[in-house]
Design a protein around this ligand. Structure first.
Ligand SMILES: Nc1ncnc2c1ncn2[C@@H]1O[C@H](COP(=O)(O)OP(=O)(O)OP(=O)(O)O)[C@@H](O)[C@H]1O
Length: 322
């Protein structure tokens, strides 16, 4: 659905050049939520702006829904952009307009007649759970409600793709959760493809099907979240489930790349007569699967065979202690 190939963006400054994107290949499938995570300055916002061509890449191509945006003339690009909604970190609402008028704004610009506009705004406010706030002004809303208005406005032209620029960074944890849930619901209900940028690993854990870790203008790692977690030495797995360094003897770091029905640890102690002591870590539900990483001390004469058993079962096993 979104295909970017060899994206480079160089900002020429007076003294030097800033390479904000350094050869990014992005592949977002239809109907998935793809999260790009990275620290400040990694190039995330530049990437998002290059995807809808708010910013023209220095080189490389961008296609959305089969159309190469980088090859379109200005009028074609304006039309294509209607198929791409955008949600902003600080909501970007017009303070002098009511909630309904904010949501109607892109429809007015597109020349949609008044009656159709009103009906569509009603549907959109219903969709984001704000039907009772149509006449309120942005100043009368909470942060989460403002972001719901931002989302409704982004969906006004019925886009197939939604770009989210740190949509939850200005929100408290409970509100973040409810906005992420809304994005997940919209993704399911409307088949909406979502490309989001975030600096919060939790956002990736909560709602993303695929993810990329961005550093210095390029992707260090990209793919399906569950595949990446199951890849040995995955940076994403280590970032999603950080393990403290341990100097406990005979410790191993175990990665669970999928759910296991059987009680592996009790089977381990029974079959191999080893002592197992969980030192730390977490296993959590990601995309309906229990995945995570644990530091576990495994001691006993059959330790080697016990670890081989875990690896044969599909866990990733790494020596962690001395
Ligand atoms: N208009 C611009 N002119 C010059 N340099 C820019 C411009 N926009 C971004 N940059 C530089 O490009 C690099 C990437 O910036 P970008 O905003 O894309 O990163 P980011 O990962 O989104 O960071 P943040 O999370 O802080 O928004 C940074 O070094 C930034 O200073």
């Amino acid at each position: 659905m979104i295909e970017a190939v060899g994206l480079r963006k160089v900002y020429p400054l007076k003294q030097r050049e800033v390479v904000a994107l350094d050869g990014v290949d992005l592949h977002v499938e239809q109907g998935e939520i793809f999260g790009v995570v990275g620290q400040s300055g990694a190039g995330k916002s530049t990437l998002l702006r290059c995807v809808n061509l708010l910013e023209r890449p220095t080189s490389g191509t961008v296609s959305v829904d089969g159309r190469e945006l980088t090859a379109l003339p200005a009028a074609g690009l304006r039309r294509a952009r209607r198929g791409i909604g955008m949600v902003h970190q600080h909501f970007a609402l017009l303070s002098s307009r009511t909630v309904a008028a904010n949501v109607a704004f892109p429809l007015e610009i597109a020349g949609v007649p008044r009656a159709r506009r009103a009906a569509r705004v009603g549907e959109l406010l219903e969709l984001v759970g704000l039907a009772d706030k149509a006449k309120a002004y942005p100043a009368q809303l909470s942060g989460g409600q403002k972001q719901r208005v931002g989302i409704a406005r982004a969906l006004a032209s019925d886009p197939k793709v939604l770009l989210s620029d740190e949509a939850t960074s200005a929100l408290d944890p409970a509100t973040t959760e409810s906005i992420l849930e809304l994005l997940r619901d919209l993704n399911h209900q409307l088949g909406l493809t979502i490309l989001l940028i975030t600096h919060e690993m939790d956002v990736i854990k909560r709602i993303c099907d695929s993810a990329a870790i961005m550093e210095n203008g390029s992707f260090r790692e990209a793919g399906k979240v569950l595949d990446l977690i199951g890849t040995p030495d995955s940076l994403l797995a280590a970032s999603l489930f950080p393990l403290p360094a341990t100097d406990v003897p005979d410790a191993v770091a175990l990665t669970y790349p999928r759910s296991f029905d059987e009680p592996l640890m009790s089977e381990l102690t029974r079959r191999f007569d080893v002592d197992v002591n969980v030192l730390g870590g977490a296993v959590e539900n990601v995309a309906g699967t229990s995945v995570g990483r644990l530091n576990v001390q495994v001691r006993g004469a059959n330790r080697g065979a016990a670890l081989r058993f875990l690896s044969d079962k599909g866990l990733l096993v790494r020596e962690a202690g001395r």
